[in-house]
Each structure stands twice: as structure tokens, then as C-alpha cells.
Design a protein around this ligand. Structure first.
Ligand code: OVV
Length: 411
């Protein structure tokens, strides 16, 4: 259970690996969410692998080890859950995801289906709609002048396109954000955030379960497209609704936080905003760099399937390993000026979408939304000014704001 040697300074016996420091950090506490960066640095500097006694988990906060864990899914599995709860020991709060919480070979089949549902060819079909909806949203906000960049932009834009792209009915869409918030809180430990989210989850779960059924989804959407793969025999009719559930779980709140991060970056780094205005073709990289810097998805767990040596440290079988994606994305060992928002940075290799076989299957949709909204902003807006206090949102997995009062002026 516990690391063999919990003291950072004592020598481990030969062959047992480097000592793993035990740190008194709770990465799921409100104080941590308010400012995670000093703790990220402490964890990165302490050792390649650390142990967090508060939740009895190992942690990796350096880029090299996060990358290594992401790229060894045999040793660091997902089928025992990618939250703190070990599905080998505890009953999951909902039936496990057939893609996120699965390992090869089961994962390979479901992944192939969702990759095709969200493929480059499908992006080509939806691109014009996503671009014009972004222009309409920015025009509307310019007419208002003063508004909330989170609720009125980062939430309103994805809500104006994604539920329609899924093929959802108009009724009940108010459940989508609370459901996603629940899913991402549920990856965390049994703290107040998780317990309260699950306590209040019944109506949101009922809505999502119903909307995942074939007859609830309108033709032409991502949802109907998933079900069509059941006709082809690539998945069963029982699996299809659960794969639609994955899109509803991971497809909306994540992009809301990503767009919120990008707008927050552009509002705080005026030289980068000017650069984007001069060259709107930088929109896609500006979004990607915001995903690196803010890492809307901060953490995921894996579970070890065997005893393993990682960064010279020994971890036993059946241990939870917490990957600090946000800390890896600011690791000075990997990034020059890691805390700087630089829209021309070579950002590829960041782990904000993960990496390897589980890397975000919806990344093309996310990037399309980000590119669309940042392109419209770059073309139409002259200045973005923060006009009130930024209010942080609190979630066990997602990092972002709940409110950001701003004003726009017209270009
Ligand atoms: C990446 C992600 C987040 C949350 C839920 C799921 C996936 C899912 O497959 O349900």
C-alpha cells in the first residue's frame, strides 16, 4: 500500500528504486484550486514520482513521467477507473464508460467508432455552421458591449451548436452542464464536491440516459451516427447508447472550459491579443496554447496492473497514479517560459488532450469550436477589457472560471 520509504532524504536499498517523497498536498481542496501553481512546482521538484497520503495515491507532475504513464496503457490501465475510485474494489457510480474506462482490446473497437463519428470528414460537414454561429455570437455580444465572458460566450457558444450537432431535442438541455459537472467531479475523491454532485444527480442521469436512446436522437447528428454503427455490426445495440453518453459527458463542458481559458488568456495578455488581431490565422494555435497553459482537464488517474519502475521509483501493483496534466504542461524541463501565453509557440506535445490511445477522441470538434470563436473575435473585436472580478469555478477535474465580466469594443 504505502511507499516503502516515505522520507525524501533517506536512501532506499539498492534495487528498490529511488525513495518516493510523501507530500501533504490535497489536489482536490478549494485552496489548491484557487492557486495550484506553487503546489505543482513543489510536486515537480520533489521527485519524478510522489506519494499523496491524504488520498493514498501516487502522483506524477513532470512532463516526462506524465507522458510515460499516458503511453503505457498496459501497465497504467483505465479499466479500473480514471478517477480515484478503483473499480476492482468499489462499485462505480454509473456503468463504466465503454471508451474512457476501458483497455484494449475492448477499447480499440469503441474508440474506432467514435473516431469515425468525429472524423475530419465530419468536421468538413459541420465547419461552416460552427463558423457562422461563432460570428453570430460575437456580433450579438458586440451589440451588448458589456457581458459575462463565461456564461454569455464560453457557455453560450457551445450550447448554440453542440446539442444540435448531437441531434438532441430542445427540451431538457438544461441538464447537460450539470451532468458534465457531475461526471468530472465524480473522478475526484469522496469530498464535498463529489458527494453533493452525486446526491443531486438523479434528474441529470435520467435525462442523459433517455437522450442516449436511438429514438430520442434526430437524424444527421453525432448521436444517430453512433447508432448507425450498430447496424454495421461494429458495436452492439446495447453499446450504442453508452457511447452516445460519452459524447454527452465529455463533449460540452470541456469545450466550455477551453473557450473560457482562451478568452481569459487573450484578455490578460494584450500583446498576444494584438498579434491574433493582426493575423487571425493564428486562431487555432492560440486556442491550443490556451489548452496547454490552462489545462481545462487538470488530472486523470490510472491504476497499475503490475509492479513497475517509473522515473527510478518503484510502484506496486493495484496502485492509483494521479497524472497532473496541468503541471506537465508547465514543466520548465519541457517548455520555455512555461507560464507565458504565446500564441506562436510550438505547442504540439502538450498533454491537455492527453496522449496515446486515450487522447481526446473529440479533439477535432474542440479545436473547430476554438478556432471558430477566436477567428470571429480576431476579425470583429478591437479590445477585450476585464471589468469586474473573475470568479473561479470549483470542480475535482476541470479548471476554469464561473464568471468573467468584460467589455468588447468593435474593430
Ligand atoms: C474524456 C471523458 C470525460 C468524461 C466522460 C467520458 C470521457 C466518457 O466516456 O463518458
Amino acid at each position: 500500500m504505502n511507499p516503502t520509504d516515505v522520507s525524501a532524504s533517506s536512501d532506499a536499498p539498492a534495487g528498490a528504486g529511488t525513495a518516493i517523497p510523501q507530500l501533504d498536498i490535497d489536489p482536490f481542496a478549494i485552496g489548491f484550486f484557487d492557486d495550484p501553481y506553487p503546489a505543482h512546482q513543489e510536486m515537480r521538484e520533489a521527485a519524478p514520482v510522489i506519494y499523496l497520503h491524504k488520498w493514498n495515491v501516487y502522483g506524477v507532475a513532470r512532463y516526462a513521467e506524465v507522458y510515460a504513464v499516458l503511453n503505457d496503457p498496459q501497465t497504467f490501465c483505465s479499466s479500473r477507473g480514471v478517477g480515484l475510485s478503483d473499480f476492482a474494489k468499489e462499485t462505480p457510480w454509473r456503468p463504466p464508460s465503454l471508451i474512457l474506462e476501458a483497455d484494449p482490446p475492448a477499447h480499440t473497437r469503441t474508440r474506432a467508432v467514435l473516431s469515425q463519428v468525429l472524423s475530419p470528414a465530419v468536421m468538413k460537414q459541420i465547419r461552416d455552421r460552427f463558423m457562422s454561429a461563432a460570428e453570430a455570437k460575437v456580433d450579438e455580444l458586440l451589440a451588448r458591449g458589456r457581458f459575462d465572458a463565461i456564461t454569455d460566450l464560453a457557455q453560450a457558444y457551445p450550447l448554440s451548436i453542440f446539442p444540435d450537432a448531437m441531434g438532441l431535442q430542445a427540451e431538457g438541455r438544461e441538464h447537460l452542464i450539470p451532468y458534465a459537472s457531475l461526471v468530472f467531479n465524480a473522478f475526484g475523491p469522496p469530498n464535498e464536491l463529489r458527494k453533493q454532485a452525486i446526491e443531486r444527480s438523479a434528474p441529470h442521469q435520467a435525462y442523459v440516459t433517455a437522450q442516449c436512446q436511438r429514438d430520442a436522437l434526430t437524424p444527421g447528428g453525432f448521436g444517430a451516427c453512433v447508432h448507425a454503427f450498430a447496424d454495421k455490426g461494429d458495436i452492439t445495440a446495447v453499446e450504442a447508447p453508452l457511447l452516445v453518453r460519452s459524447l454527452l459527458s465529455a463533449g460540452l463542458d470541456t469545450t466550455i472550459y477551453g473557450i473560457g481559458a482562451a478568452v481569459y488568456c487573450l484578455a490578460r495578455f494584450p500583446d498576444q491579443w494584438e498579434r491574433l488581431r493582426q493575423d487571425p490565422s493564428l486562431a487555432r494555435n492560440a486556442f491550443e496554447e490556451a489548452v496547454r497553459l490552462e489545462s481545462p482537464v487538470q488530472t486523470f488517474f490510472r491504476t497499475t496492473t503490475r509492479e513497475v519502475e517509473l522515473g527510478g521509483c518503484r510502484i506496486g501493483e493495484g496502485e492509483k497514479v494521479l497524472m497532473f496534466l496541468g503541471a506537465a504542461n508547465r514543466d520548465p524541463r519541457r517548455w520555455d517560459a512555461p507560464d507565458r501565453y504565446d500564441i506562436t509557440r510550438k505547442v504540439s506535445g502538450h498533454v491537455g488532450f492527453g496522449y496515446g490511445i486515450h487522447m481526446c477522441v473529440g479533439q477535432l470538434v474542440a479545436r473547430l469550436e476554438g478556432e471558430a470563436i477566436l477567428t470571429a473575435l480576431a476579425r470583429k473585436v478591437a479590445t477585450i477589457a476585464i471589468t469586474g472580478p473573475a470568479k473561479r469555478g470549483y470542480n475535482n477535474t476541470l479548471r476554469g472560471l464561473e464568471s468573467l465580466p468584460v467589455t468588447f469594443t468593435r474593430a
